[in-house]
Design a protein around this ligand. Structure first.
Ligand code: AMO
Length: 425
């Protein structure tokens, strides 16, 4: 099909006979003449209809796909440079009337209704914009990581052992065995530093946590990094640069899209403060919230801290007992770990740390956490093959997208979210 996109139409095309395709958004019927506005992936175009074609258009429901052909001419319309004088029209796909939701967004629908009709929901420019930003952010993050000598890898999502501990996993029958859906690529990415030094993976992960919040999904996308010979402070430097450069590049290269979210002031970053866990406890005490060393920072505590640190900030040096077995402790301070979380106000975006790379100590850490080293034998043996000291982190990409697009619900930034209730579409 030799079509031209709406956005490409200019006054240079006046007099040419061209073909456009779009979803019909508006039809203004003035009796002897009519005007249509239709939209393709680049924007809207206007068509002028007269004669017999007018009655045909009266029967076409909104959001049907039309192919129009005709001469390009000057227009008096303010929003268009030119218009098509429609000479031929073809109905490529008829939409039902009424549609389950109004894709122009003029009539608002609940989140549930919108998600039930997600494919149609994306005809709303405000919504499709979010996914364009998401796609471009992924592109920028990949570029950034390549520039820091990371290579992209793909590790299995079907795993044989309920490794890592912590989160609940989804299990299922795998031929005659029990298998699980991966909660993170943690063990694989660590092993890969032995052969590849710096790796990253962008993928979906699965957690069988029955959370009913606006920030948890059963399936979420994480950007995981792991690097040999770097420690957790180096990883925080990388995360800081990744976040600042992604935000800056989005505003520079996708300014029009970013304007929609109206959050430039809030999310523009230069340096991200690093606040120790202990300092957080002190801050909380000042806010009347008394926690003991070793207590986890509850949702309420994080919301209170978010009043002091409303934007991006790292919480560093968590108590060892709050972190997984693979996180390294500080020398001579075994109750403190070389770990960090990146927060945006109350919302946790990233978590990471320096890893234990000594196989004997790792075995002991497993036992301390009540895990059976025999379930980790494949993993532990790699630590005897020249495992480098290494560090890394997992960036909750959907949560980062919430910040970038000023969305209060994670479901807004995920095409087909999965939660305790939703398994379709
Ligand atoms: P963690 O479990 O903290 O760390 O996960 C990393 C980041 O992933 C995001 N996240 C989620 N997002 C949406 N829904 C969920 N259910 C969900 N669970 C987690 C968060 C979180 O900060 N292996 C370690 C990372 C590492 O140390 O490299 C891990 O998985 O933004």
């Amino acid at each position: 099909m030799n079509r031209i996109f709406a956005k490409s139409l200019t006054k240079d095309h006046i007099g040419q006979n061209l073909t456009l395709v779009g979803w019909l958004e508006d039809f203004r019927d003035m009796g002897k003449i009519g005007f249509i506005s239709a939209r393709d992936m680049t924007g809207n175009f206007q068509g002028v209809i007269t004669g017999n074609l007018l009655s045909a258009f009266r029967e076409v429901p909104r959001q049907s796909i039309i192919l129009v052909n005709g001469a390009i001419q000057e227009t008096r319309a303010e929003n268009f440079q030119v218009e098509v004088k429609v000479e031929k029209v073809e109905l490529l796909s008829r939409a039902v009337n009424p549609l389950p939701i109004d894709p122009t967004g003029r009539v608002e629908s609940s989140m549930d209704k919108r998600l039930d009709s997600r494919a149609l929901d994306l005809r709303n420019v405000r919504i499709s914009n979010i996914f364009r930003t998401r796609s471009y952010a992924l592109y920028l993050i990949r570029n950034f990581l390549y520039s820091r000598m990371f290579m992209e890898v793909n590790t299995p999502k079907i795993i044989g052992n309920a490794t890592e501990g912590g989160a609940d996993l989804f299990s299922f029958e795998y031929f005659s065995k029990k298998a699980y859906l991966a909660q993170s690529p943690q063990l694989y990415k660590e092993q890969l530093t032995l052969g590849l030094e710096r790796v990253f993976e962008i993928s979906s992960y699965f957690r069988a946590e029955p959370s009913h919040t606006v920030r948890h999904l059963s399936e979420f996308v994480s950007v995981d990094l792991e690097a040999a010979f770097l420690d957790y402070c180096d990883i925080m430097d990388i995360v800081e640069e990744l976040i600042t450069s992604t935000i800056n590049d989005l505003f520079i290269q996708r300014g029009k899209e970013m304007k929609y979210y109206d959050n430039k002031e809030e999310i523009t970053v230069d340096k991200i403060p690093r606040v120790s866990y202990q300092k957080c406890l002190d801050d909380l005490k000042g806010l009347g919230e008394s926690l003991q060393f070793g207590d986890d920072l509850s949702d309420l505590a994080l919301r209170k801290l978010g009043e002091i640190y409303p934007k991006f900030y790292f919480i560093i040096d968590w108590p060892t007992k709050l972190k997984p077995f693979y996180i390294l402790e500080h020398k001579n301070k075994s109750d403190l770990s070389k770990s960090f979380d990146l927060q945006y106000g109350y919302l946790e975006i990233v978590s990471g740390g320096t890893r234990e790379h000594n196989s004997e100590r790792l075995r002991n850490k497993l036992l301390e956490k009540g895990l059976d080293p025999r379930s980790f034998s494949d993993h532990l043996q790699t630590f005897e093959w020249g495992m480098p000291p290494h560090s890394g982190c997992g960036i909750g990409f959907d949560r980062l997208m919430m910040i970038l697009t000023n969305s209060t619900n994670i479901r807004e930034v995920v095409l087909y979210p999965r939660d305790t209730e939703r398994l379709s579409p």
